[in-house]
Design a protein around this ligand. Structure first.
Ligand SMILES: [Zn+2]
Ligand SMILES: [Zn+2]
Length: 214
């Protein structure tokens, strides 16, 4: 039945953590040396066996992530040299879409939704970034209904609000504007609206919603 482990703790040696954080490559050591002493002191808390800031991982069951997804440990060097590593670039919207998609997916879990196996849907499970990028950014009708049941919104009003959000200038919205520290990424959704999930029938439906025909 349930697979209970007696609790296991993953404790890495100081040497292993140091290599994972700083790497043995000269360029990466130099890069690390450019941090201020305070930042270095903070990061080096990781090396202390009884650090008050950073704790070892505790495994409590066989379904914990590390046991059920045995993957190589990614150190800083591997991350830094990974060709798929990204840094936000002004004018490029992919990261905004990924952030909003991830939030929507995780919010689904918060309300008890499990990974969707019905239709293309933001609540589909994924094992890696490429797979999660293949998910559409919106909910399938089944998951939409689950979310609607959980928090009781008007589905039509939700689509109207999404459309308003895409189309309106955030500067004119007193509720949204103070929360934004950078440019509202609506262009990302303009592209998406035309090209992907809002294409075809759904876009026509949204157009009708906007015009009050539904
Ligand atoms: Zn998930
Ligand atoms: Zn779904």
């Amino acid at each position: 039945m349930s697979s209970v482990l007696s609790m296991e703790t993953i404790k890495h040696s100081e040497e292993m953590l140091r290599t994972a954080l700083i790497s043995n490559h000269k360029d990466f050591i130099d890069m690390y040396q450019k941090y201020t002493p305070n930042v270095k002191r903070l990061l080096e808390e990781a090396f202390k066996a009884n650090s008050i800031l950073f704790k070892p991982i505790e495994l409590q069951s066989k379904s914990d992530w590390i046991l059920s997804h045995p993957e190589p440990k990614q150190d800083f060097y591997t991350y830094y040299t990974n060709s798929h590593r990204k840094t936000p670039v002004p004018g490029e919207n992919i990261i905004c879409i990924q952030i909003i998609g991830t939030l929507t997916h995780e919010i689904g879990h918060i309300f008890g939704m499990q990974h969707c196996q019905w239709l293309q849907c933001i609540v589909q499970g994924s094992n890696h970034l490429e797979e999660s990028d293949r998910r559409p950014i919106d909910l399938c009708p089944i998951c939409l209904r689950k979310l609607q049941c959980a928090i009781n919104f008007d589905i039509k009003e939700r689509f109207k609000a999404l459309l308003r959000w895409i189309e309106e200038d955030s500067k004119s919205d007193p509720l949204v504007q103070p929360m934004l520290t950078s440019h509202k990424p609506t262009e990302a959704f303009q592209n998406w609206k035309v090209s992907a999930a809002f294409g075809g029938v759904k876009f026509n439906q949204l157009d009708s919603l906007r015009n009050g025909q539904v």
